[in-house]
Design a binder for this molecule. Sequence first.
Ligand SMILES: [Zn+2]
Length: 196
Amino acid sequence: MFPAVADATHMRTNGVLWRGWLPVSRGRRIELSVHCCFPATLVAVTWLLAMACFPRFFPGWHPAAYWLVATTVALADSVAGLAHELGHAVVAMARGRQVYRITLYGLAAAVRRTSGAARPRDQFAIALAGPVSHLLIACALLCAWNVLPIDNEPLRVATGFPAASNFAAGLLNLVPISPLDGARVARALIAGLVRV
Ligand SMILES: [Zn+2]
């Protein structure tokens, strides 16, 4: 889904398990790093969902279905973390900013890009792109959930659960409290209004 070319020559030991390059547009690419927290978080979340959460709320499935759905949900939420940072990165690059690296930690990710002064409208668009990517993923999953057979509960949970978590993550990130993206959106709005 996100093709990246491995580059072992730049491997370092600062907790990074894998490092590669993510092509984003013609001739432009972003370094993609997978931190050692990524597989640990993936395993922990999958285990929690398969052993504690789903059997309690959705009894009667085949045991393998719990693990399959839990793995799908954990992976979907991890990819959503990458999509969040890619949203910031792609808009930042489109606005002339340099983006160096995205690091995946598990359910969270971080992007490293040039800092410094930017026009309020650019700051606004870059900050908003992260939460909006969660909301777009939630809408896509909700559409899929809507057309799935109503009697196939595991399949509906596999789409409905990450739809709900992405919707919640999108709204949470819009809350104007630092360090959430909402605070940067609000700061950019105020800076734009002061300039007018
Ligand atoms: Zn963000």
